[in-house]
Design a protein around this ligand. Structure first.
Ligand code: PLZ
Length: 450
């Protein structure tokens, strides 16, 4: 057992970028060697810096380096790492009881989270919520519920989509490497339609892109076979792709007219991230079902499917569940997250962070033809890198920028079907000065790269 003193994270950590070793430092490198000997190669490491504490806008590593976090553990610690309300709620729930299984002997926390999600998700219709552990599990269950409700099998998803790594969600995810290669056969009755991708799709407006997708679905699947359309309002892993205005509303309208359940995968976009509680709100879209996870519980594993009561109630008694779904500690964390978003005005904070990022990055873009596109909503912002004068993806540059930023103590993630997109997802607890400093570092990295 470790004899190290207990580390304390949260917003009280010194909010500074401070490098005391090279990145990764010797203690991190030693741990990475142990990782290689103990953990299979299938689990990759983006940045082998081993964390001991985190909060506000920083990650502190085992070598004592303090790095600026622009990733939030892939859009999870939206309210900040070890956010005070979350820490307190988790500690007191853990002290009371850690598990009973909601399907055996239930508890209030689960019901309270369901009530809260029914309230905060788009639409004021009668809703129900069921809880699970991961985003993939939520998406799988949304499909199960849609199939039970419609009596139909097929599911339509989109180019560049990411929905998870389980068998059904692998089938729904678009990109082969690293998510699917060698892991088939995949679940059947999953069909892929073209996405609206304004940067690579110039001249096709939202309604036209929706007609193109609907045409593929009608001709290749048939509405009478289709249980659900599942879509991320802003695609995450696929490249932070914001569809052209009108694309999502037209899809919903078609689904409603054709008895097809419209499922919003808001696993990455939900809970204030995009400057709205949910990204579908930017276009006034009310999904039939919404899958959420990640930002829902400040880092504890929790996910949910929320939706129209008549659809949600289609599954027979005992048809949905799982041992851990809606674990009491995770539920306590989720209630604390919702309270934090409210009390700290984090929806507005996400907009302010987004404004700063977009301003800084578009300024950078003006003098740098390698920056093909700057896009995003709220604190979910992407920079798509291309070979100058073309839209040809430049994944090497994306890797080099992320590596260059990491070497200077700024954690930046990449994404995209072509791996050429830098994605910025700072925790909303990020202080303004650190955000500005991170932008300065990024500008310097671009400047230094030939
Ligand atoms: N839907 C929109 O973004 C998870 C994946 C990281 P889980 N995205 C991060 C990786 O490489 O595994 C995600 C998502 C959207 C579903 C999921 C799946 O959520 O909690 O990872 O299962």
């Amino acid at each position: 057992m470790s004899t190290d003193p207990v580390a304390v994270g949260g917003p009280g950590l010194p909010q500074v970028r401070r490098l005391v070793t090279e990145i990764p430092g010797p203690a991190s490198r030693a741990l990475q060697e142990r990782k290689t000997a103990a953990v299979p190669t299938g689990i990759g490491t983006t940045l082998p810096v081993y964390v001991t504490a985190a909060g506000g806008g920083v990650l502190v590593d085992v070598d004592g380096n303090s790095l600026i976090d622009l990733g939030s553990g892939i859009a999870v610690v939206t309210v900040g790492n070890s956010a005070p309300r979350v820490v307190e709620a988790v500690a007191s729930q853990a002290a009371a009881f850690t598990h009973t299984c909601f399907m055996i002997t239930p508890y209030a926390g689960y019901v309270e989270v369901a009530e809260a999600l029914n309230r905060v998700t788009p639409g004021d219709h009668d809703k129900r919520t069921v809880l699970f552990n991961s985003g993939a599990e939520a998406v799988e269950n949304a499909v199960k519920i849609a199939r039970a409700h419609t009596g139909k099998d097929a599911v339509a998803v989109f180019d560049h989509a990411y929905h998870g790594r389980t068998n059904l969600t692998m089938a729904m995810t678009a990109k082969n490497m690293p998510y699917k290669d060698g892991f088939g056969p995949f679940a059947s009755e999953v069909y892929r339609a073209p996405m609206s991708y304004p940067f690579r799709d110039a001249g096709t407006d939202g309604p036209a892109a929706a007609r193109r997708a609907i045409d593929v679905i009608e001709k290749q699947v048939g509405a009478h076979n289709l249980a659900a359309v599942v879509i991320e309002p802003i695609q995450g892993e696929g490249g932070f792709i914001v569809p052209a205005p009108g694309f999502l509303p037209a899809l919903v309208e078609w689904c409603t007219a054709n008895d097809v359940v419209f499922v919003a995968d808001e696993v990455q976009t939900g809970f204030a991230r995009t400057g709205a509680m949910f990204a579908m709100e930017h276009e006034g879209v009310v999904p039939d079902l919404i899958a959420t996870a990640k930002g829902i519980a400040g880092g504890l594993p929790l996910s949910a499917v929320t939706g129209r009561a008549e659809i949600m109630n289609a599954a027979h008694v005992g048809g949905l569940g799982g041992t851990y779904g809606g674990n009491p500690v995770a539920c306590a964390a989720a209630l604390a997250v919702l309270e934090t978003i409210d009390a700290e005005g984090l929806v507005d904070r996400a907009r302010a962070i987004g404004k700063t990022l977009i301003e800084r990055l578009t300024t950078l873009q003006q003098d740098d033809p390698r920056i093909g596109d700057v896009r995003g909503r709220g604190a979910m912002v992407a920079v798509e890198l291309v070979r100058p004068g073309t839209t040809d993806p430049d994944p090497d540059l994306a890797r080099a920028v992320a590596a260059g930023a990491a070497a200077q103590g700024v954690v930046v993630l990449t994404c995209g079907t072509y791996g050429n997109v830098l994605r910025l997802l700072p925790p909303l607890s990020m202080p303004d000065e650190l955000l500005a400093e991170a932008c300065d570092v990024l500008a310097g990295v671009f400047n230094d790269l030939p």
